[in-house]
Design a protein around this ligand. Structure first.
Ligand code: COA
Ligand code: AMP
Length: 628
C-alpha cells in the first residue's frame, strides 16, 4: 500500500485505522472502541482497555521464544565496558526490581522519579515502574539540583531511583550530591531513594532514606504485571515551556503502545530481531520512545550508548557501534552529525556500513550540508522527521516501511497518518501552500500524544488549545508546499534548541533576574554552527552597581549552570545600558536575534527608542556577532 493510500485510509476511518493498529499489542482486555471524545476538546484513546506496557515490551517476547535474543546492548566507551542483556535476563531483572519496589509500597499510580545516566538500569527502572502501573518521570542528568527539585514538587514521587554518578568525557557527574540538594530544596520528600552504585563512584547513602539497588532486591518476590486502564499515565516527561516552570507532558499507556509499535515498522522499517539504535539519552523523549519503549515493544534489540559522537574516542565511534552490533536503523540529532562532520569533513573515518538501512534525524532543523554529508558518506536514505515531546513520535516523516517518498532536502517530508497538519494565519485560517504561518494539528491528536499536562489542565488548554480553537498549536512556524511537504522554520515562542535540546530562554531569564546586580535581562538564541542555536544573555545592571562587568557576567554564567544545569550551555552574556522595547514594554527579542545573526531586519514600528538597537549591535560586535 502506498503512503497516499494509507493516509487516505486513516482519513476515511481514523478509529478503524487505530483499532487495526491495536492488533499489534497484547491486551488484558482489548479495546472495544478507539476514541473517547466525551470531554472534547480533551481526547483520550482506548479508555475501556486493560493492558500492561512491561508485558508488551518484555514478557511477551520471552513467551514467544525470543528469550535468548539480546534486548539491550550497553556500549560505554566512557567506562570501557560493553554488555548484553537478553530478553530472558531483562524479564528476570525487571520483575525483581519491580518486586522490590512493590515490597517498599510502590503501587499503581504512584510516581517514581528516575535520575540516571545511559545505563541499562535506567531502562530497567522505567520498565519496573511500568510493570507495577507506577508513573515514572525520568530527569535528564545534565539538569542541576534546582530543576530536579521543581520536578519533585510537581509530581510528588513516592520514590526516586538514581545512580551514584554519570560520566561525561571531561568529568564525573556526581548525581548523589545533586539528588540530596534537590530533596533538601523540595517541599515534597520521597519515602525512599534507590541508589545504583557505579564502580566509578560509590555514593554515601542517607540512613533511613536510601537503599542500595542490589541489596534492596535481595530475596524479594518478583512482581507480575499489573493491568492498567488504557488512559492510565505511563509516564510524565517534563519539557521546556516559555516560563521557568517546565510542562509535565503526560503519556497515556495504551495509545503509547499502539502508536510506537506502529511507527517501528511504518517509519523505521524494523521488526522483531532487528537491531535499532537511537543515539540520544533516556532523559529526552527520543530516549523514552526509541531507546526504551519502541524497540522493545517491537521485539528489537536496542543499543544503549554511553558516549559522544566525537571524542569517545573519535568521530568514527558511531560507525564502530553500527558495525559491531549490525544496527539496521539509526537515529540521531543533526548536531551529532555536525560534530562528526567537523572532525571528519571528507568522511575518511566512515567505513562501509553493510547492516545500515537508513539514518533518521530529529530534534532540530536538519541543515542541507549535514544531510548531503550523511547521504554521500553513509550511502543510505537520510530521513529528517519532525516531532515533539508532546506527541512522542513523528508528526511528519518519510515512512520507509510504507514507501520511500522522494526526498526534499530541508523538509521532514509529509504528515503521518493520525496527524492532519495545517498552517494557519493569526486569525486561525488555513493559508495557501507555500505561505508561512503557525503550524497546527486538527484535533483530535492521535493515540499516544499528550492528553493533558500533569496537574495543569488549564495550562494545557492555554498552551496548546485556546489560541486556535479545534487545533493543537505546535509552537512551530513553517509552511507546506504544493506536494504536501512540510517545512519547519522557527519556534513561535521563547523556546530555543541547543544541540537538539529544547530550552526555555524564559527559564534562563528568571535565573539571571535573581542575581543581585541585575535589574533587567533578556536571553536570546543566536545561530551556532555546531549546536544550531546558542543562548546569549543581555544584562542591565542596577543603578549604582559599580561591579566590573566581567565579574557579573561570570557569576551569571555560574548561576545558570548551578540552577538549570550544564545542559543549558549558557556561556555568554553582555552588560548593556538598556534593552530595546516596544512602547508597551515588550522586549524585542526577535529583532535582537536577527541583528546578532547578521540577518536583514526591519526597524519595528512599535519601538520605543530606536537608538537602543545601535547600542545592542555595538555590544554584539564586541562578541564577534552582528557583522555588517
Ligand atoms: N549529564 C551531565 N552533564 C551533561 C550531560 C549529562 N547527561 N549531557 C551533557 N552534559 C553537559 C556537558 O558535559 C557540557 O558540559 P560543559 O559545559 O562542562 O562542557 C554541557 O552539558 C553541554 O553539553 P552538550 O550540549 O552535549 O555539548 P558538548 O560540547 O559536550 O557536546 C555534541 C557537543 C555535539 C557532541 C553534543 O551536544 C551531542 O552529542 N549532541 C547530540 C545531542 C542529542 O543527541 N540530542 C538528542 C536529543 S533528541
Ligand atoms: P522536543 O520536544 O525537545 O523534541 O523539541 C521539539 C521541537 O524541536 C519542535 O517543536 C521543533 O521546534 C524542533 N524539531 C524537532 N524535530 C525537528 C525537525 N525535524 N526539523 C525542525 N525542527 C525540529
Amino acid at each position: 500500500m502506498s503512503y497516499a493510500q494509507l493516509y487516505g485510509q486513516w482519513q476515511k476511518d481514523p478509529e478503524g485505522f487505530w483499532l487495526a493498529a491495536a492488533g499489534g499489542i497484547d491486551w488484558v482486555t482489548p479495546p472495544t472502541r478507539a476514541l473517547d471524545a466525551s470531554r472534547a476538546p480533551l481526547y483520550e484513546w482506548f479508555t475501556d482497555a486493560q493492558v500492561n506496557t512491561c508485558w508488551n515490551a518484555v514478557d511477551r517476547h520471552v513467551i514467544a521464544g525470543r528469550g535468548k535474543q539480546a534486548a539491550i546492548i550497553h556500549d560505554s566507551p566512557v567506562t570501557g565496558t560493553k554488555h548484553v542483556i537478553t530478553y530472558a535476563d531483562l524479564l528476570d531483572r525487571v520483575s525483581r526490581l519491580a518486586g522490590a519496589l512493590k515490597a517498599k509500597g510502590i503501587q499503581k499510580g504512584d510516581r517514581v522519579i528516575i535520575y540516571m545516566p545511559m545505563i541499562p538500569e535506567a531502562l530497567e527502572a522505567m520498565l519496573a515502574c511500568a510493570r507495577l502501573g507506577a508513573i515514572h518521570s525520568v530527569v535528564f542528568g545534565g539538569f542541576a539540583a534546582h530543576e530536579l527539585a521543581v520536578r519533585i514538587d510537581d509530581c510528588t514521587p513516592k520514590a526516586i531511583i538514581a545512580a551514584s554518578c554519570g560520566i561525561e568525557p571531561s568529568r564525573v557527574v556526581h548525581y548523589k550530591p545533586l539528588l540530596d540538594a534537590a530533596i533538601d530544596q523540595a517541599t515534597h520528600k520521597p519515602d525512599f531513594c534507590v541508589i545504583f552504585q557505579r564502580e566509578q563512584e560509590v555514593a554515601k547513602l542517607t540512613p533511613g532514606r536510601d537503599v542500595a539497588w542490589h541489596e534492596f532486591q535481595f530475596g524479594v518476590e518478583p512482581a507480575d504485571c499489573t493491568p492498567v486502564e488504557g488512559n492510565h499515565p505511563a509516564y510524565i516527561l517534563y519539557t521546556s515551556g516559555t516560563t521557568g516552570a517546565p510542562k509535565g507532558v503526560v503519556r497515556p499507556t495504551a495509545g503509547h503502545l499502539v502508536a510506537l509499535n506502529w511507527t517501528m515498522r511504518a517509519i523505521y522499517n524494523v521488526g522483531a530481531g532487528d537491531v535499532f539504535w537511537a543515539a540520544s539519552d533516556v532523559g529526552w523523549v527520543v530516549g523514552h520512545s526509541y531507546i526504551c519503549y519502541g524497540p522493545l515493544i517491537a521485539g528489537c534489540t536496542t543499543v544503549v550508548y554511553e558516549g559522544k559522537p566525537v571524542g569517545t574516542p573519535d568521530a568514527a565511534a558511531f560507525w564502530r557501534v553500527i558495525n559491531e552490533y549490525g544496527v539496521k536503523s539509526f537515529f540521531t540529532a543533526p548536531t551529532a552529525l555536525r560534530a562528526i562532520k567537523r572532525d571528519d569533513p571528507d568522511g575518511k573515518l566512515v567505513p562501509p556500513l553493510p547492516s545500515l538501512q537508513a539514518l533518521y534525524l530529529a530534534g532540530e532543523r536538519a541543515d542541507p550540508d549535514t544531510i548531503h554529508w550523511a547521504q554521500n558518506h553513509l550511502k543510505v536514505p537520510v530521513v529528517d522527521h519532525w516531532w515533539q515531546t508532546e506527541t512522542g513520535y513523528a508528526i511528519a516523516a518519510n515512512p520507509l516501511g510504507i514507501e520511500h517518498l522522494p526526498v526534499k532536502i530541508g523538509s521532514p517530508s509529509v504528515a503521518m497518518p493520525g496527524f492532519d497538519v495545517q498552517v494557519l494565519d493569526e486569525g486561525g485560517h488555513p493559508v495557501s501552500p507555500g505561505t508561512l504561518g503557525a503550524i497546527a494539528i486538527k484535533l483530535p491528536l492521535p493515540p499516544g500524544t499528550l492528553p493533558t499536562l500533569w496537574n495543569a489542565e488549564e495550562r494545557f488548554r492555554k498552551s496548546y488549545l485556546n489560541h486556535f480553537p479545534g487545533y493543537y498549536e505546535t509552537g512551530d512556524a513553517g509552511y507546506i508546499d504544493a506536494d504536501g511537504y512540510l517545512y519547519i522554520m522557527a519556534r513561535t515562542d521563547d523556546v530555543i534548541n541547543v544541540a537538539g535540546h529544547r530550552l526555555s530562554t524564559g527559564a534562563m531569564e528568571e535565573v539571571l533576574a535573581a542575581h543581585k546586580d541585575v535589574a533587567e535581562c533578556a536571553v536570546i538564541g543566536v545561530a551556532d554552527d555546531l549546536k544550531g542555536q546558542s543562548p546569549l544573555g543581555f544584562l542591565c545592571l542596577n543603578k549604582g552597581s559599580n561591579r566590573p562587568h566581567d565579574e557579573v557576567v561570570k557569576e551569571c554564567v555560574k548561576l545558570v549552570r548551578d540552577q538549570i544545569g550544564p545542559v543549558a550551555d549558557f556561556k555568554r552574556a553582555v552588560v548593556v545600558d538598556r534593552l530595546p522595547k516596544t512602547r508597551s514594554g515588550k522586549i524585542l527579542r526577535g529583532t535582537m536575534v536577527k541583528i546578532a545573526d547578521s540577518q536583514p531586519w526591519k526597524m519595528p514600528a512599535t519601538i520605543d527608542d530606536p537608538a537602543i538597537l545601535d547600542e545592542i549591535k555595538a555590544a554584539l560586535q564586541t562578541m564577534g556577532l552582528a557583522r555588517d
